[in-house]
Write a protein that binds this ligand. Structure first.
Ligand code: PMP
Length: 470
């Protein structure tokens, strides 16, 4: 019997033999998950886990937010329309009204709303197709370390070789530019590209669009500066190309404001939202389109699941949370997280760097194996967390943006201890063990280790197993 079967239960073997090898996150957390509330997940054995992943940014408001749950239950109770074709439903009507009243109009944003298929990737594909149609051009400019999804069109804009190789074919129509800060890149690179695209002998066809994340979530929590984003918007305009902001991960409050681009004072031509737009984890995406670029023919980007009514209901309730005081709540939690990252960076100046913005922050480890080892120990301590960046070198903290402050503080303290355990000479850890402080904390249940071999990311090289399991 494998470690995971004995620790987590027979379901592990069942899933292994019945579900495809493409399984991913469940390899990191093999428990049979039963219920969840806020930032706490409970498994079938009653063990609790603190969620520092928020379903990869799809649960910014936490699990089963009571106001969203009440709205969903009420809608089902009343036999609300559940199908997802793009009929005029009351659920969609209310959501759109709320989106305009609560989010778009106060920000003076003039967009029409398109509902693509419910994934982020489908939304990015819709944006790329629409930009191509609106401009009559083909090339889309995307950036180093970008992540835009794994379906073929979106994958062409994604930079990660680990996922690009899955295409086993050409990923055409995308030109790659260095993101702000990539090996020292900055404004000059944008301006040089603009000069080349304008030069009759520059050898570059003018692009249809630039697609950008203002903070790269999967690519390593890289933050584009406000100046660079503003310059990008100018360059796009100057070249007659559309600016697409992919706010699938950084949007819905994750960086502190509803849209991640607000800090730069730019108004993108197209904005992709997915993940947390429904607020409840229900699949839903939307594309904001400047009216002049809404050149679709009816049904041209069609699909059966473009109007998830239940998602509209919870999305409407989620948007109502933004009615006063919510940004302050995110700010308080962001400040706590920022201090935490900075103080660890100070403590381990030669080994760590604080990265990210708002409630999408983390620690970049000089040695990627250390990041993986920290994530591994965190998992054993029942903190649900993942690494990001091209070499999984960044420990990424994506707690719900409204996480209970005491729980946040306490879990960050536990995580700091874990980081110290990884980075301090092993001797100090052994001394702690000898002083009988072996457990990292009350959550460090060493009876239920999560085996490193279950992680889809690279496996840490550190020999902690003996220490932890003795
Ligand atoms: N864009 C960004 C910025 C993302 O982070 C992701 C998902 N991690 C996607 C697009 C793709 O979204 P989905 O997984 O829903 O297709």
């Amino acid at each position: 019997m494998s470690d995971n079967v004995s620790a987590f239960g027979a379901h592990v073997a069942f899933f292994e033999s019945h579900e495809s090898e493409v399984r991913s996150y469940c390899r990191r957390l093999p428990a049979l998950l039963k219920s969840a509330n806020g930032a706490v997940i409970i498994d079938d054995k009653g063990r609790s886990y603190v969620d520092f992943m928020s379903a990869c940014g799809a649960l910014n408001y936490g699990h089963n937010h009571p106001r969203l749950k009440a709205a969903a239950l009420n809608y089902i109770q009343q036999d609300g329309i559940a199908a997802s074709l793009d009929f005029h439903t009351i659920a969609k009507y209310r959501f759109l009204n709320g989106l305009y009243d609560q989010i778009l109009t106060p920000r003076k944003l003039d967009y029409k709303v398109q509902f693509p298929g419910p994934t982020g990737a489908n939304c990015v594909e819709a944006a790329m197709k629409l930009a191509r149609k609106a401009t009559g051009r083909e090339t889309v400019v995307a950036f180093t370390n970008a992540f835009h999804g794994v379906s073929l069109g979106a994958l062409s804009a994604t930079a990660s070789s680990a996922v690009r190789k899955s295409a086993r074919g050409s990923l055409n129509g995308v030109v790659r530019l260095p993101y702000d800060g990539y090996h020292g890149a900055g404004l000059d690179d944008l301006l040089r590209f603009r000069a080349m695209a304008k030069d009759l002998s520059g050898g570059i066809d003018p692009p249809a669009a630039f697609v950008v994340e203002t903070v790269q979530g999967e690519g390593g929590l890289n933050v584009a500066s406000e100046g660079w984003l503003a310059a990008l918007a100018d360059v796009a305009k100057d070249l007659g190309a559309l600016l697409i902001v992919d706010d699938v991960q950084a949007g819905c409050g994750r960086t502190g404001t509803f849209f991640s681009f607000e800090r730069a004072g730019i108004v993108p031509d197209l904005v992709c939202l997915a993940k947390s737009i429904s607020g409840y984890g229900f699949p839903m995406s939307l594309l904001l389109v400047k009216p002049e670029f809404d050149v679709w023919s009816p049904g041209e980007h069609n699909g059966t699941f473009r109007g998830n009514s239940l998602a509209f209901v919870t999305a409407h309730a989620a948007i109502e949370l933004w009615d006063g005081g919510f940004e302050k709540a995110i700010e308080d939690r962001s400040a706590l997280l920022e201090d935490w990252c900075h103080s660890l960076q100070e403590e381990f100046a030669d080994q760590l760097k604080s990265k990210g913005l708002g409630m999408m922050r983390g620690l970049e480890f000089v040695t990627p194996d250390h990041a993986i080892a920290a994530a591994d120990l965190a998992a054993q301590s029942r903190i649900v967390i993942e690494c990001c960046g091209p070499r999984d070198e960044v420990l990424k903290i994506m707690a719900p943006i409204n996480i209970d402050l005491d729980l946040f503080r306490a879990t960050l303290a536990r995580l700091a201890d874990i980081v110290r355990t990884v980075l301090k000479p092993r001797q100090s850890y052994i001394q702690r063990l000898q002083r009988n402080e072996a457990g990292l904390d009350s959550h460090d249940d060493r009876g239920y280790p999560i085996s490193r071999s279950q992680f889809p990311h690279r496996v840490a090289d550190m020999k902690f197993d003996g220490l932890l399991r003795n």
